[in-house]
Design a protein. Sequence first.
Length: 174
Amino acid sequence: MSFGGLAASLQEHPINVVLLGIISYQLSSLFRSSSASSQSQGDVPSSYNESYNWKPAKHPSCTVWKKYTPVSLQPFSGRDGGQILLAIDGKVFDVTNGRNFYGPDGMYGNFAGRDASRGMAKQSFDEDMLTPVDQPLDKLEDLTREEVANMQGWVEHFTGKYTIVGELVENGAD
């Protein structure tokens, strides 16, 4: 299409003027952003002795893999703003970032500092789903295949969302 044909098309169909304006604006903003980013690269130091600090303001917290028993897991219930841990199928998760759910006032707060395997398997958040901490771990032998699959689904969900910080073992085995 020649320039004359383009001008005639713009006169025939006024919507083309609007479309041409939008396209022009998009192209100009594209070129402006690429030239701005090339200018900002001049701020990056080119040698070691320039004043550039790559260190983070605060060192990220470290996680130590640990064996937890039901008794040693219990203090991690989030009370007084502390860390919140819970266990599912032998894996201990740090769910502190989910304090609104798993903290003392959260809807799943009864799982904090406890083995939540049975409750997750049965989709029940009742207190009777929790084994007392001074008793042996729940072997979960009476769960149906569907309940075990449901629990495994929760393990996958938690693994993708929270950090695994340890494993749950019998009292006296830590």
